[in-house]
Every structure is written in structure tokens, then in C-alpha cells.
Design a protein around this ligand. Structure first.
Ligand code: TMP
Length: 236
């Protein structure tokens, strides 16, 4: 597969065309941002960790019957993925209160929910990714009702698979963000990444944060937390 022109550069990844019109190449960067790009930095080794962790999770999910955009990991920071048109929704699942949920509702972090919650935000940096409900998404034509239903079902299934997987690694899966895309035939597949950038991971015993909150909140040992998660997930 031949790497061709840069199509898009985001905050954490670059996306290139390839000689196959149905396949793109994603290149993960060490750059980190938070608060819609206001805080900027680098996390050494993050690109490779997020690439490998994402692909590992995508392969597990595929085995469990969740369709994803994953094709093949081709280098430490580069992966081939199926070309999709991204549904412009950030889909957030929460098992334990934290982050913007705790802030919005004035509750402490660490409340374990009886049932997971789901929320959507409109993927729009200019507007700061505002929270929206499914009706807002239909009204704006971001997705059809059927697509939203499929996305919800897939997101809860992904949560069930991931919760079980991380429990065995002595990690509490607090919350995470997913993105979905449409293949050229309209099939909805899981896209983007699943990594310490997009999930909150707490050590089950010590409750130590092992994710990007260490960067967002200046907690130190950011690189160590990413490495620790890679070690637990990939065993190295
Ligand atoms: P929040 O509590 O800040 O809304 O974040 C919920 C989850 O979503 C958390 O695991 C981090 C992840 N997330 C992203 O992946 N990208 C983002 O831009 C934001 C705000 C959160």
C-alpha cells in the first residue's frame, strides 16, 4: 500500500490517502491538546501507544462481532483503515461519574452507576463540541433515526466488552468517547481511536488515574501512565 497525500491533520492524528480509494492511512502523533486545543503539549511515545492500543481493542471488538474501520497496523504509529464518512457525533459512555458529568451535575467523581449512561456531543471545534440529544442530531440531519439506534446499540455492546476486558487487567473503565463512520454502502462501523486519550482508566485497587487526565490536570507521570496501560493491555 502506497502512502499518498495528506488529507487531514487533527489534534492527535494525520490522515493520508493511499493508492486504494477505499483505504486511508492514519498516523498517530505525540501531540496532546485539552480544553478544545487551549492547552497544548507533547506526550513522548503517545503516538505509538495509542496506535497499538487502539488496534488491539479494535481487533478484540471485531472478534466480538462489532464492525470497525480497522484494516492493518503497518508501523508503530501507522495503521490502514477503511475510508468512512464520520458521523459528526462524539458518543460518550459513562460507568462512573467523572469529568464534565461530575461538573455539570455538581456531584463528586467516583459514583458507580447501576446502568451505563450515553450522551452525544456535536463534533464541532468552533462550537466547543456542544452536548446534544438524539432529536437534535436528527433535526440537524447528522444521522438518521436508524443510524442513531445502531450507534447506541453498538456503543453499549462495546462498553460491555471493554468493561469485562479491563476488569481482568485491574482497571476500572470510568468513561470513554467513541466515533462512528459510514462505509460507502452505508454500514455503520466503529472508527477513530480507543486509547488513554479517549478513555478514563482508574487502577481498580489504588484508583490512580492512568489516562489523559494526568495531562489535562497537570498530575505528572503522564508518560508512565500511558506506558502502564500499554503494558497491561498488550503485556509489554
Ligand atoms: P468529559 O467528562 O470531559 O465529557 O469526557 C468524557 C470522556 O470522553 C473521557 O473519557 C475523555 C473523552 N473525551 C475525548 O475523547 N475527547 C474530548 O474532546 C473530550 C472532551 C473527552
Amino acid at each position: 500500500m502506497e502512502k499518498r497525500e495528506l488529507l487531514y491533520e487533527g489534534k492527535a492524528k494525520k490522515v493520508y490517502a493511499t493508492d486504494d480509494p477505499e483505504v486511508l492511512l492514519v498516523d498517530y502523533k505525540d501531540d496532546a491538546t485539552a480544553f478544545n486545543g487551549l492547552k497544548k503539549g507533547t506526550i513522548a511515545g503517545k503516538g505509538a501507544i495509542n496506535n497499538r492500543v487502539t488496534n488491539y481493542m479494535m481487533r478484540i471488538l471485531e472478534k466480538e462481532g462489532v464492525p470497525t474501520h480497522y484494516v492493518e497496523e503497518i508501523s508503530p504509529c501507522e495503521t490502514l483503515v477503511k475510508k468512512v464518512s464520520i458521523v459528526p457525533l462524539e458518543v460518550i459512555i459513562r460507568n462512573i461519574s467523572a469529568g464534565s458529568f461530575a461538573k455539570r451535575f455538581g456531584v463528586s467523581e467516583g459514583i458507580v452507576f447501576e446502568e451505563p449512561t450515553i450522551e452525544f456531543s456535536y463534533k464541532n471545534d468552533e462550537l466547543g463540541d456542544p452536548l446534544m440529544n438524539a432529536y437534535h442530531a436528527f433535526a440537524l440531519g447528522l444521522a438518521t433515526k436508524k443510524e442513531i439506534e445502531t450507534i447506541k446499540e453498538m456503543a453499549f455492546k462495546i462498553n460491555a466488552v471493554m468493561k469485562d476486558f479491563f476488569r481482568k487487567l485491574k482497571v476500572d473503565l470510568v468513561d470513554f468517547k467513541l466515533e462512528f463512520g459510514r462505509l460507502s454502502d452505508g454500514t455503520i462501523v466503529l472508527a477513530d481511536e480507543i486509547s488513554p486519550d479517549t478513555c478514563r482508566f482508574w487502577d481498580s485497587e489504588t484508583h490512580e488515574k492512568l489516562d489523559k487526565d494526568r495531562f489535562r490536570r497537570d498530575l505528572g507521570n503522564v508518560e508512565d501512565a500511558y506506558k502502564e496501560m500499554m503494558k497491561r493491555i498488550l503485556g509489554e
